[in-house]
Design a binder for this molecule. Sequence first.
Ligand code: GUN
Length: 284
Amino acid sequence: MSATILDGKRMSAELRAGLAGRVEALKRQGITPGLAVILVGQDPASEIYVRNKENGCAEIGVYSRTARMPEETTQEELEAQIEAFNRDERIHGILVQLPLPAHLDEQRALACVLPEKDVDGFHLVNAGHMLTGTPGVVACTPRGALHMIRQTGLALSGLEAVVVGRSNIVGKPMAMLLLQENCTVTLCHSRTRNLAEHTRRADILVVAVGKAGFITGDMVKPGAVVIDVGINRVDGKVRGDVDFDTVSEVAGWITPVPGGVGRMTITMLLENTVEAAEKRTHGC
Ligand code: GUN
């Protein structure tokens, strides 16, 4: 293996230590940052994410509430729960765990979250900030991925960045963040022709497609930064979208799964929550 591991566990530990200090400072002013998570139904992967979020809050001293709602929850009941957290003074951040059951309208639900409590960065107001490069809440996974890319020490301006996957949660906001860093950005997706021709040009390759081992060593430029956003369960094991064994022989840097981007996503959620509490307290 030649690639340097970008260690999400270590980076998260450093960032969380800093966040715990900021939480302490807020508590001295009588404010405890609060995060509310709404989980509808019993998707096993979502259950794990939500538990990790609760543990992350406990680790740095953030107040955490989880509203577990049954699978058959109606749109009106979901929106009423969001409104209740919007009004709750103890809550600075609200996260509606996705995916929602198919009968619920995701976009309508996300639009109910107050933009200043939208710690996911999914509200249209924050998505608009992302598009225009103006200050707003930045989606957690792309924010964490960019932090990891910066740890390489590379000057990002002018580099070729290729993002594979065009989801609203990861691919699109990731492309916008890399564009703000003055990368030349290509956004690939399921209809892209000759995918490997694109990925082989990438100095920075971010993969978020949800297919285990999808990117192999022959698709990667030697020395590239490879960021694996995938979390796939295969035979009881967690695997990324990148075939670690072959890609780590070619890449310059690589994120592991587990212990990579997933961990950073939770850390960035905590950071967005602490920031939301600081903004409400100091008004900046
Ligand atoms: N489901 C998978 N990832 C995420 C995330 O970052 N936020 C929310 N709300 N749901 C998710």
